[in-house]
Design a protein around this ligand. Structure first.
Ligand code: DC
Length: 217
């Protein structure tokens, strides 16, 4: 029987996790799971229903009730395609807030483990190698300089000036790194990759080399 392989890719916003994780999953025929999209979906639902960001109890209920699916590259929340709406700046900010609550994280963590229970997967987020799959065979901490991360995110949003983006990202990263519950941190057995001066293809190749090395015996 073939063994299930988990590739955990963690790191701050704008480090290039999504593009690279999707590419690695495609090359290996693995599932690709964007866990940030799950926190974003819960945040979007909270914003729409007017649930306060300082109400952990109701946010936890929402996280438990949310039906989040990944189908054909789209993200569905309770059957609705929310792929674009979860990328709005106010949803990024709200996602980082809801993600600070232990109850919300517990619900997401269980769902993430369930999705990957029968499939080899590439899962990207903030706590995959540290908390969700501490037993993952391959762990990568993908980073880039703050200026480069802001430049990439601004380009994605079609903006010429990245100063406001840099401020928003710095603020969100600080919250993600300093929270009590599963903060963003590098797992001791994760490979640190600084993508600041690498192309996306180079990062993908570096991860595939690591996969070959760690799964060859
Ligand atoms: O990766 P992203 O920018 O789409 O994630 C949105 C927010 O969700 C991020 O600011 C922190 C949170 N998040 C988290 O706490 N844990 C994860 N595994 C993934 C995302």
């Amino acid at each position: 029987m073939e063994k299930r392989v988990i590739i955990a890719i963690d790191g701050p916003a704008g480090a290039g996790k999504s593009t690279v994780a999707r590419d690695v999953a495609r090359r290996l025929g693995f599932l690709y799971i964007d866990t940030g999209a799950m926190y974003r979906a819960v945040a979007l639902w909270a914003l729409r229903t007017g649930i306060a960001m300082d109400d952990p109890h109701r946010l936890e209920q929402l996280a438990q009730q949310a039906e989040i699916e990944f189908t054909a590259g789209r993200v569905l929340l309770n059957g609705e395609d929310v792929t674009e709406s979860i990328r709005e700046p106010q949803v990024s900010e709200a996602a980082s807030k809801v993600a600070a609550y232990g109850g919300v994280r517990r619900a997401m963590r269980e769902e993430q483990r369930r999705i990957a229970s029968n499939h080899s997967s590439v899962m990207e987020g903030r706590d995959i190698g540290t908390v969700v799959f501490p037993e993952a065979q391959i762990k990568v901490f993908l980073d880039a300089s703050p200026a480069e991360r802001a430049r990439r995110r601004a380009a994605e949003l079609g903006l010429e000036n990245s100063r406001a983006v840099a401020q928003e990202m710095e603020h969100r990263d600080r919250r993600d790194r300093t929270r009590v519950e599963a903060p963003l941190t590098q797992a001791p057995d994760a490979e640190y990759v600084d993508s600041s001066r690498m192309t996306q293809e180079e990062v993908t190749e570096a991860i595939l080399r690591l996969v070959r090395k760690r799964t060859s015996h």
